[in-house]
Design a protein around this ligand. Sequence first.
Ligand code: AMP
Length: 630
Amino acid sequence: MTSSHAMHARSLADPQGFWAEQAARIDWETPFERVLDDSHAPFARWFVGGRTNICHNAIDRHLPTRAQSRALVYVSTETGEERIYTYAQLHDEVVRMAAILQSLGVEKGDRVLIYMPMIPEALFAMLACTRIGAIHSVVFGGFASVSLAARIDDARPRVIVSADAGSRAGKVVPYKPLLDEAIRLASHQPEKVLLVDRQLSDMPRDAGRDEDYAAWRERVAGAEVPCVWLESNEPSYVLYTSGTTGKPKGVQRDTGGYAVALATSIEYIFCGKPGDTMFTASDIGWVVGHSYIVYAPLLAGMSTVMYEGTPVRPDGGILWKLVEQYGVNMLFTAPTAIRVLKKQDPALLRRHDLSSLRLLFLAGEPLDEPTARWIQDGIGKPVVDNYWQTESGWPIIAIQRGVEALPAKLGSPGVPAYGYDLRIVDEVTGEECPPGQKGVVAIDYPLPPGCMSTLWGDDDRFVRTYWTAVPNRRSYSTFDWGVRDEDGYVFILGRTDDVINVAGHRLGTREIEESLSSHNGVAEVAVVGVQDALKGQVAMGFCIARDAARTATPADRVALEGELMKTVDQQLGAVARPARVYFVNVLPKTRSGKLLRRAIQAVAEGRDPGDLTTIEDPTALEQIKAAMAE
Ligand code: AMP
């Protein structure tokens, strides 16, 4: 076994050789001519001229050897449903979905927006898109109509695939009314909406536009839909993520590079092999769901467990029960899920046979040491923290146990993964920081295969946002602070921008501010992320009311706060709802009018706000303290 250090060094010294070898993990209809085209930096094109198809590699390629092997296990503890698909059955469902999409007019390069709960049809839709060369854009079901409308207008989908409802913690969450409202708000209109009816909630239909999935599924039985071969750099999907402006960023992924990167990560990082079972307890609306519920396990010939439910229903042992029931070999979730379990009876950790489980992967937010230790001791399995982003598509930093089982250091996700020329750099000079000195986590050009190729429809914004933030070097900014120790382990120290992370969900404070400001009772608002023991961070809003009379008494304030929460719920979704909204008469700003979000955050977390020489009205911070103490 080579060392991670040696593999990392080789991947950077000879990227062409390294990635050409990895590319053999997938089928190519036409071999690539060049491994890397770096003639248009900061853009990088991998496997130029090669033609392949992700769906072929995830399904069809396995049919000769594993048609009858389990590909997908679907479990919902919300509806009590369980469905198991072999590779042959999955192939049939995906082909049918592809045939339906084609019948509805979808062609190569068209966008299909997927706004769905955790049901197999969502996964069929994603794979059907990649089969026919359509570009999917999955929008997390927790987002409401205004967020959804913004994504519809940006992606301009020809067809939207949705469902009547999801279910969360025993409560039916209707999707269709939010979708109808989003389409009403959007300027772009989809031609068709394909609806899966779970019969959880009434679903009014638009006669000319809405189509019934079950009826279509029967109609297209026996259809054959061959895979459309795409040039490696043609897009496979667009996944929106929050940035520092209100406008979400459409992270665009290519085809060949992504498939190769995922297949490689399964062996080197996740220690998976064909026939293994991977259970990623996340949502298809997030990047972890795209990569490790849907694509990577199937590309590797494994089976994937797709779960609708929470970690605590019917009880806090459900994740372990599923591990036992389906012989799960690797479980992947977010630290928040584990922190939730810490509040449950610890005996639940030992109630089930976990002998199949090899490793527990945690990502999406910082993993605190007590949680890491608690779960590692509780289940007696190694915990693998891994750091990455929507933009990267696969881990940037991890202990790559499939290469070398380096000892983990609690508090650090590990060392940079092969392919990433990761540097900790000074934010002002761009120079590399010595070990022990905090800097920006940056990745020198080029990003490895699988990472974002650009922002959908906005190359300029891609360059401006990610490639100019680090001065004096051709480097991609992760917008995270970090520090490296003498052994090369990286510790992540929080975001450099106004993005916050609530229970592993990435949210932009600006989007929440815009939503709160849209309420006619609000004159000014600041939203910051505040540390939270369970969720890592929560959003908190500080508002100046337009009319002081509306916040005169505690009862007035409670009423207005309730209205504001509802506004965010309706516009962005409950996922973005601030934990609290407080009222003040003035917000801390510089004399030039810039909001001092960091100072607000410090005060809200009970820390020293630091240098305040630029603050216009020093009483503003006192007001924040007082409002929170009330
Ligand atoms: P997202 O794009 O939603 O996956 O969010 C990515 C951001 O989550 C990163 O930029 C980090 O701020 C944070 N993050 C993800 N994984 C980790 C981790 N293992 N440790 C610390 N922070 C993380």
